[in-house]
Design a protein around this ligand. Structure first.
Ligand SMILES: Cc1cc2nc3c(=O)[nH]c(=O)nc-3n(C[C@H](O)[C@H](O)[C@H](O)COP(=O)(O)O)c2cc1C
Length: 421
């Protein structure tokens, strides 16, 4: 069993306070970096660790930081993506509620590496306890000289602000997040230019997920080699997995990257509920297509899951059992995406609400011949034809449900009823 890294302090009393964080070695990475590292050397260290972003896309963190232009005349920004809107995902919340200084120290280190003096935490507005804890932790960090002017006596200055989102899933997408921070409607921007070149206020901007940033202090204190030796070689490190759905022990598990999904579901989360059998699993939040029970030996890393036709995404693992109707699951998920579509791209805006109408019809026993072909057509029309990955995730998951469980969909059309309820 891997020692806990990201959740190591989670059960200690007052784990969210600066005192508890310092007692566990917190802010030593910052002192080390300000004393011994040039910004480029820190970027190199993060590259060597092979840390890949935990927000969904799995992009190499050090490489992203390295894209930021070095020109000192350019203002740079860091945005910590704490929007955590992907259904089935509750890992960033645990970090922010239990150990916010870990993420704040990661932010300070990233800002130092890229030369940013202003950083924002874009946080999901519903996360009230996280917001309170972050505000309190930031004040503590200012009081201790970890934030503000001349941090720990160095030439480095940094201010961090908390910005609360207003409940839109799309604002977790990095360019929509930036639009929203700028005070506009949260809608994605066309890429390129990527945020690292032209992001917030048209300036170079790094957007990183909470968990990604929380890994950074550990890479500094324990070394890139230590980090890259944990779990999967292609994307290593400690990982938070969110287990929900029909398992005996749902919850948050910290385990190495790359552990087999079967081990995660059957051993750690206790497997199927009594008398039930697992039918399928969504491995990475509802944007990730479900995989069949027979494929559960796949490893939980970016490459292995991509090869299995799905993705690690936000590591929101949702277990579907033999009592669940896949048409109903697909309807519920597609309803979410249709509701959250920002409306900018026609295929996503029109296609998803159209798909919802058909899916609801099937569930209500009013399916018609041609409905499944129409759903296939809609998936093809949405996938790859939108500015951001919201439409892709929605269409990809629906298409896979239609492929894997075609018989359930056909049953709904032909028998005009749901076999499960
Ligand atoms: C529709 C959509 C929603 C997203 N929501 C989140 C989110 O809530 N949190 C997050 O960290 N990344 C989210 N992402 C991914 C971000 O766009 C971006 O890849 C990530 O913040 C980069 O950080 P990382 O490199 O540390 O993973 C979302 C992407 C899409 C397309």
């Amino acid at each position: 069993m891997m020692e806990k890294v990201l959740l190591k302090n989670a059960e200690t009393p007052d784990s969210h306070t600066v005192g508890a964080y310092e007692a566990s070695g917190g802010y030593q990475a910052l002192a080390t970096v300000l004393r011994d590292y040039q910004p480029d050397e820190l970027i190199e260290l993060v590259k060597e660790s092979n840390l890949k972003g935990r927000g969904g896309a799995g992009f190499a963190t050090g490489v992203k930081w390295g894209f930021v232009p070095k020109d000192p005349a350019l203002k740079k920004y860091l945005c910590c993506n704490a929007d955590e809107g992907e259904p089935g995902t509750f890992k960033d919340r645990a970090i922010m509620e239990k150990d916010p200084h870990q993420m704040i120290e990661g932010m300070i280190l990233c800002a130092y590496a890229i030369g940013a003096e202003t950083a924002y935490i874009y946080i999901r507005g519903e996360y009230t306890l996280s917001i309170q804890r972050l505000e309190a932790a930031l004040q503590e960090a200012y009081d201790k000289g970890y934030l503000g002017q001349r941090i720990l006596g160095s030439d480095f200055n940094l201010d961090i602000y908390v910005h609360c989102g207003a409940g839109a899933y799309i604002c977790g997408e990095e360019t929509a997040l930036i639009e929203s921070l700028e005070g506009r409607r949260g809608q994605p921007r066309l890429k390129p230019p990527f945020p690292a070149i032209e992001g917030l206020y048209a300036s170079p901007t790094v957007v990183n997920n909470v968990e990604t940033l929380a890994c950074v202090p550990h890479i500094v204190t324990r070394g890139a080699e230590w980090f890259s030796a944990i779990g999967s070689a292609s994307g290593p490190g400690p990982k938070l997995y969110c287990l929900s759905g029909h398992v005996r022990k749902p919850g948050l598990y910290e385990l190495p990257m790359g552990i087999p999904l079967r081990e995660l579901v059957e051993e750690h989360a206790g497997g199927a509920k009594p008398g039930r059998k697992i039918k399928a699993v969504i491995p990475g939040g509802v944007s990730a297509p479900m995989i069949l029970e027979s494929d559960l030996d796949v490893c939980m890393d970016f490459e292995s899951l991509a090869a299995a036709g799905t993705m690690l995404g936000s590591a929101g693992v949702i277990v579907i059992d033999d009592n669940d109707c896949v048409v109903r699951v697909a309807t519920r998920i597609t309803e979410f995406f249709a509701h959250e579509s920002c409306g900018k791209c026609s295929p996503c805006r029109e296609g998803l609400s159209w798909a919802v109408k058909i899916l609801r019809r099937l569930e209500n026993g009013e399916g018609k011949e041609g409905d499944l072909e129409q759903l296939d057509f809609l998936c093809d029309g949405i996938f790859g034809n939108t500015f951001c990955a919201l439409g892709d995730g929605a269409a990809w998951g629906l298409r896979r449900a239609l492929q894997h469980f075609r018989d359930e969909f056909v049953y709904h059309v032909e028998k005009k009823e749901c076999p499960f309820h």
